[in-house]
Design a protein around this ligand. Structure first.
Ligand SMILES: Cc1cc2nc3c(=O)[nH]c(=O)nc-3n(C[C@H](O)[C@H](O)[C@H](O)COP(=O)(O)OP(=O)(O)OC[C@H]3O[C@@H](n4cnc5c(N)ncnc54)[C@H](O)[C@@H]3O)c2cc1C
Length: 288
């Protein structure tokens, strides 16, 4: 049963930051609540104070910033809004695809991108795409704001670099210089409402020297990881079966899967290779 708590819904970030500073370990930020309220219902968390951030201006907005050529995603943007956004679908397609794989339609109406990030599960579906897309996260507290790469923000299962008194206000995604093809493949035990056993994010960006690949893998290490060696192999050779094979093997060497209730370590190792090959082939097919 959920404990009694005092509820705040400020309209200014500085008021959220003051509350977080004042109540430190005894307060939680509420966005969509799809992780937080489950944890409270199960008795894993029992904060005396809750601060709802959905009253903040622009916190749920998707905005393309032409001057800086970045996409600004407000932290409380719902995953359904991200999945349905034409601009996200065009330039950051694997993020739209990943958002669409989370839970159910009803859940995605509440679940936010900031919540998915701050919950920091290695299996969270938007995180491997954000790492592949070299997204940055803006954190704001009473002392000001700071910006960090998502890959550096994530420290381990449920752990990140947010300090007491800070919230995530925005995610920033650099606009690819050329045309982009991308795929996110989620491998899970069921087709719907299940966390990823393995998540594979592949992006190919058109440049002067042809397409450049970026690859990130989820649910196979304490945080989503970039498969740099696999990228190097794909980017420095003419693509053929043998090269894709080598890249997939290299990705397998970069991961540290564990055995848990969803899958064994060996199964994850096998499936990451199967799904990575599939994602690379789908990306190649889509530009031919
Ligand atoms: C039935 C079910 C199915 C699910 N399926 C999936 C799935 O397929 N894939 C997947 O990735 N996830 C899944 N989830 C997990 C969850 O829905 C997502 O992680 C979601 O994106 C969390 O967003 P939220 O806005 O609901 O976060 P909340 O629950 O509001 O918050 C999550 C955590 O982040 C903190 N937080 C939230 N926003 C901020 C912020 N802006 N700044 C600082 N801290 C913040 C909160 O304090 C809390 O600790 C599922 C959950 C349920 C209940």
């Amino acid at each position: 049963m959920i404990n009694n708590f005092e509820y705040f819904k400020p309209s200014q970030v500085k008021d959220v930051a003051s509350l977080l500073k004042a109540y430190a370990d005894n307060i939680k930020v509420l966005a969509g609540g799809t992780d937080l309220l489950v944890a409270m219902q199960e008795g894993d968390l029992a904060p005396d104070y809750i601060v709802d951030i959905k009253g903040l201006t622009d916190i749920d907005r998707i905005k393309y910033d032409k001057e800086n050529q970045i996409l600004r995603l407000g932290a409380a943007t719902s995953l359904n809004d991200i999945a349905a956004s034409k601009v996200v679908q065009k330039h950051w397609p694997l993020l739209a695809e990943a958002a669409q794989t989370v839970g159910s339609y009803q859940l995605r109406n509440r679940a936010t991108i900031g919540g998915n990030l701050c919950n920091s599960s290695p299996a969270a579906d938007t995180l491997a795409p954000l790492v592949a897309l070299e997204a940055e996260v803006e954190m704001v507290g009473l002392e000001g704001s700071r910006i960090m790469k998502v890959k550096d923000f994530l420290v381990g299962p449920g752990q990140n670099r947010l300090s007491t008194g800070e919230i995530v206000t925005e995610l920033r995604l650099p606009k690819p210089s050329g045309a982009v093809k991308g795929r996110y493949i989620k491998h899970s035990r069921r087709k719907a409402v299940d966390l990823a056993t393995v998540g594979v994010a592949v992006i190919a960006e058109e440049g002067d020297l042809g397409y450049r690949f970026k690859v990130a893998l989820g649910a196979v290490a304490p945080t989503p990881i970039r498969a740099y060696q696999a990228e190097k192999i794909l980017n420095e050779s003419e693509l053929n079966e043998d090269i894709i094979d080598k890249a997939v093997q290299a990705a397998g060497e970069a991961i540290f899967p564990i055995t848990d209730l969803r899958a064994s370590k060996d199964y994850r190792l096998k499936m990451v290779k199967v799904q990575l090959r599939r994602a690379i082939e789908k990306v190649i097919d889509s530009w031919e």
